[in-house]
Design a protein around this ligand. Structure first.
Ligand SMILES: [Zn+2]
Length: 434
């Protein structure tokens, strides 16, 4: 919360009027996830920001590239902002951004897919250090993003001015996800679901753990695997239909196997968060009637890995955002022979290629990033067209196809492997002999 000038507060207090600006509008609200010391707890509606009291003129701040792995349209851009860091505290801010990104990059599947990300640090400078209601209620500080603890009366919930934060994030070349580091050792944070924005205290160990959980929602489209916070062990029963989320289900292991639905193909496997994949009752804000894939993954608690199901979903969603091809020979017009066809896959070790001519795989080209389309017909003339291959007797148009795919063990679902985990390019060859 930003301070009103002291004299206005004094006057209003003296006259007994409420502290409402003349042009105040009904503040819009946003769904935010709340955390306590142990992990995610539930959701509340929080105001998105003061709006009327703040200028939305383009803010000024420098942007530091932390890690740039490719063009933004083929990468997931993570943008860090800071609040409550003064000019003199910018080095501290940079240290806490580096710490947070390191926490993330050490955890799968971010570790393996690090090169699908770009990371930017917007150097937001605040007039004062810290945050509102930090460490105790009533302490106010003039900070750039107007962050505050005790949001909606909840001590650990850190809200801020969303439009202002978004205007700072827009200074980066692109943003898919905004992570706001709050300059405080007091644990807290928030996950803004619609806005793909996370707040967390940079000076607290568990603070940095909030970001990976929230990315499970925003990047992985994962459901929470915890029962609702306000009613622990209340016997609440889920009675609605099967949720669309991949990591919660009304079907137990037996039913999943029979119906070949949800995570049946992971059943019995060791999962990185401990134990095996099965159906554990209690998830998605209910204690009964709905199952999660593992005992205690990151979608249930902090400081935990994703389970196999979460990791698979994250991997698939990463590729839905980036594709598997960074660049390739143009395919939007026929290619004249002789020619070289090239493709540059995303730089992930398990990504490879296979090549096909008119749908026939050329096995000796597997793994290549370029192939030659021959221009001269061999003698004697075989059946036309010959598509540059003596061994292929084909009719009609020649097409060359490359499939770029990821054979990672993180993904088992065949529909994902053939879908999001494969990018296909087809070139039509202009046969000059016709
Ligand atoms: Zn959550």
């Amino acid at each position: 919360m930003r301070r009103f000038p002291v004299f206005i507060v004094a006057v209003l207090a003296a006259t007994g009027l409420s502290v409402t600006p003349a042009n105040a509008q009904t503040p819009s609200k946003s769904k935010v996830e709340v955390f306590n010391e142990y992990g995610p707890q539930g959701y509340v509606a929080a105001p998105t920001g003061a709006g009327t009291r703040r200028s939305l003129a383009t803010p000024a701040a420098t942007v530091t590239p932390i890690e740039v792995n490719g063009p933004s349209d083929k990468r997931i851009d993570l943008v860090y902002l800071g609040d409550g860091f003064t000019e003199a505290e910018q080095a501290l801010y940079a240290t806490e951004v580096a710490y947070s990104w390191n926490i993330l990059a050490q955890r799968e599947p971010f570790k393996t897919y690090r090169k699908l990300f770009n990371v930017w640090q917007v150097n937001v400078v605040s007039h004062e250090s810290g945050s509102d209601n930090d460490p105790t209620k009533g302490v106010l500080r003039d900070t750039a993003l107007d962050s505050t603890y005790y949001c909606e009366g909840l001590e650990r919930l850190i809200c801020l001015d969303i439009p202002v934060a978004e205007s700072y994030a827009a200074l980066a070349p692109a943003f898919d996800q905004i992570a706001v580091v709050i300059n405080s050792p007091k644990y807290g944070g928030a996950g803004y679901i619609e806005e793909n924005l996370v707040t967390f205290s940079g000076g607290h160990q568990s603070g940095a753990e909030i970001l990976p959980h929230e990315l499970g929602h925003s990047l992985g489209d994962l459901a929470d695997e915890y029962p609702y916070w306000a009613y622990p062990n209340d016997g609440s029963v889920y009675t609605d239909e099967e949720p669309l989320f991949a990591n919660v289900s009304i079907h137990n292991a037996e039913q999943q196997a029979a119906q070949r639905t949800k995570w049946w193909y992971w059943a019995g496997e060791n999962t990185p968060d401990g134990g095996i994949i099965d159906t554990f009752e209690g998830a998605y804000y209910h204690n009964l009637g709905i199952y999660r894939p593992s005992d205690n993954s990151l979608m249930r608690s902090l400081l935990k890995p994703f389970n196999l199901v979460g990791r698979e979903e994250m991997t698939r969603k990463f590729y839905e955002m980036t594709g598997l091809v960074d660049s390739a020979t143009r395919s939007n017009a026929p290619v004249r022979e002789p020619a070289t066809l090239s493709v540059t896959p995303v730089p992930i070790p398990t990504v490879s290629t296979r090549w096909l001519i008119n749908g026939h795989e050329i096995t000796e080209w597997a793994g290549r990033t370029s192939v030659k389309v021959a221009g001269k017909k061999p003698e004697p003339h075989p059946a036309q067209p010959w598509c540059g291959r003596r061994d292929l007797r084909v009719k009609g148009t020649c097409t060359y196809t490359v499939q770029v795919f990821d054979s990672t063990q993180f993904v088992r679902n065949p529909a994902y492997r053939d879908g999001a985990l494969t990018s296909t390019i087809t070139w039509t060859i202009q046969d000059k002999h016709h």
